[in-house]
Design a protein around this ligand. Structure first.
Ligand code: NAD
Length: 492
């Protein structure tokens, strides 16, 4: 079913202050403090939300613990599975509405979020399937002949998930699906810049019959609710998606009870185009690989290495693609690229544009904001002749800025591509199958896409090498992040 988004009037926009979900109750912050969420396309005030803090996190963790030890622990795997499938159906039926909230709150072009329906609803259904497939193993020990030894997998317990603003619906689904499949419970801390979708998502979970306390949502800031969740002794695991700096902070604050951690952090992914590539496909893919979601994608292929024989052709083609993209409001069906999340982020991105000019990169396309004082729009930007040491080639910009660089040989490009503290994604375009296999193994990245870019599927894991983090999301690999393994020895 596809809803007509232009007709949607969402309860979050009814003018009343919003509440967050703790157990079965929609509550204000214990402190009574609030914060605002605004539309980055227009500056319009969308909602006033509770600024949750330590006390609210305490209550949410207690609710999650009570649900974990109480009603949720009595759900059999096939019952969790049935519930997840019902929830998936409900998310599917409301997908346009959720996508529309994402567009309003963080500016993602609605067409793009709608396009992720199959993947995201599919991820919930994939993990529903896993709920009845959490296998342990039996072992042939050498202890003695009458020993039975086996492993059991058990849910880790209460999970704290802290998510960024660049894809709220995406993050809700990635963080919730493995929790429900494994029998854990969740306290979710949305990003302060995009809290609306997670609240609506949690409302749908209750409607689907997920018992109160299994999913709790505490809205608020990183230094308040986020830090309290990361440090909380009642939390067994933290699943964090966000910047490297915050990830490092969470490693420190979570150390008190040595809770399990998975970290999905930033990137500066290389996208490599060899001379024999099909340029008509590779150049647009390289451009969209940077510009999608206004560059606010962790695996954006922002370092574009082009072999010298096709360099000028690719630079020109990328500039053409960038120039042809319509930049506009996230809710506008015609928009290809939405705004950046905030004035601060826009200034940061424009600062990188200035630094690139000062360091001698050649501006080929874009490099400026739209003449629209209300929204935080930056035109897709292509810099050519970028050198590896320049800031735009080393640091994560999180904006629509491509750094294009020539290379000559395979060994050279492997060395330069790997010369980064990050290791999230990498793209390669070549018609030579042998070369594709060889380079894929040598690239230090959690995902390598050959003759495609940023492909995702519920069956495949996603995550980082090096400072891009540890742990995996999606795929059966994610399940083990939410399970303890118990060794069981029975002498008979
Ligand atoms: P961020 O690190 O500033 O914030 C992310 C979340 O952490 C927010 O909810 C924030 O409130 C919270 N937070 C901030 N400080 C905290 C603290 N001290 N303790 C606990 N929580 C705290 O990141 P962002 O700007 O929201 O998101 C952009 C970053 O996220 C980029 O670096 C991007 O690459 C990364 N990201 C990674 C992936 C991935 O899968 N690898 C996906 C999306 C985004």
């Amino acid at each position: 079913m596809t809803q007509d988004v232009s007709q949607l009037r969402h309860p979050f926009l009814d003018g009343r202050p919003k509440r967050m979900l703790i157990g079965a109750d929609w509550v204000p912050a214990a402190s009574g403090r609030t914060f605002e969420s605004r539309n980055p396309s227009t500056g319009e005030l969308l909602a006033v939300l509770p600024e949750g803090d330590r006390e609210d996190v305490d209550r949410a963790v207690a609710a999650a613990r009570a649900a974990f030890e109480g009603p949720w622990s009595r759900f059999k795997p096939d019952e969790r599975q049935a519930l997840m499938l019902k929830f998936a159906d409900l998310v599917d039926a409301h997908f346009d509405e959720l996508a529309w909230l994402d567009s309003l709150d963080m500016g993602a072009p609605i067409r793009h979020t709608r396009g992720s329906r199959r993947h995201l609803v599919g991820l919930l259904r994939f993990f529903a399937g896993q709920a009845t497939a959490l296998y342990g193993q039996t072992a042939q020990t050498s202890v003695n002949g009458s020993m039975f030894a086996a492993t059991l997998k058990e849910p880790v317990g209460v999970v704290g998930s802290i998510i960024p603003w660049n894809g709220p619906l995406w993050a809700c689904i990635f963080k919730t699906a493995p929790v429900l499949a494994t029998g854990c419970t969740l306290v979710l801390k949305p990003a302060e810049d995009a809290p609306l979708t997670p609240l609506r998502f949690a409302e749908l979970a209750l409607e689907a019959g997920v018992p109160p306390g299994v999913i709790n949502v505490v809205t608020g800031f990183g230094r308040g609710a986020g830090a309290a969740l990361a440090a909380h002794p009642g939390v067994d695991k933290v699943s964090f998606t966000g910047s490297v700096g915050t990830g490092q902070e969470i490693v420190r604050t979570s150390a008190g009870n040595l809770k399990r951690l998975s970290l999905e952090l930033g990137g500066k992914s290389p996208h490599i185009l060899f001379d024999d590539a099909d340029v008509s496909r590779a150049a647009p893919a390289a451009a969209i690989g940077v510009f999608a979601n206004a560059g606010q994608i962790c695996s954006a292929g922002t370092r574009v290495f082009v072999q010298r024989g096709i360099y000028d052709e690719v630079v020109e083609a990328m500039a053409r693609v960038g120039a042809g993209l319509k930049v506009g409001a996230g809710t506008d069906l015609a928009s290809d690229i939405g705004p950046l999340i905030s004035a601060r982020q826009m200034e940061r991105v424009l600062g990188y544009v200035d630094s690139a000019k000062e360091e001698g990169a050649r501006l080929v396309e874009g490099g400026h904001r739209l003449d629209d004082p209300a929204g935080f729009f930056v035109r897709p930007t292509v810099f050519a002749d970028v050198a590896d040491p320049m800031r735009i080639a080393r640091e994560e910009i999180f904006g629509p800025v491509a750094s294009v660089m020539p290379f000559d040989t395979l060994d050279e490009v492997v060395r330069r591509a790997n010369d980064s503290p990050f290791g999230l994604g990498a793209g390669v375009w070549t018609r030579d199958v042998g070369r594709a296999h060889a380079i894929a193994r040598r690239l230090q990245a959690g995902s390598v896409w050959v003759n495609c870019y940023n492909q995702m599927d519920p069956s495949m894991p996603f995550g980082g090498y090096k400072t891009s983090g540890y742990g995996r999301e999606s795929g059966v690999q994610q399940l083990d992040e939410y399970l303890n393994v118990k060794g069981l020895w029975i002498q008979h």
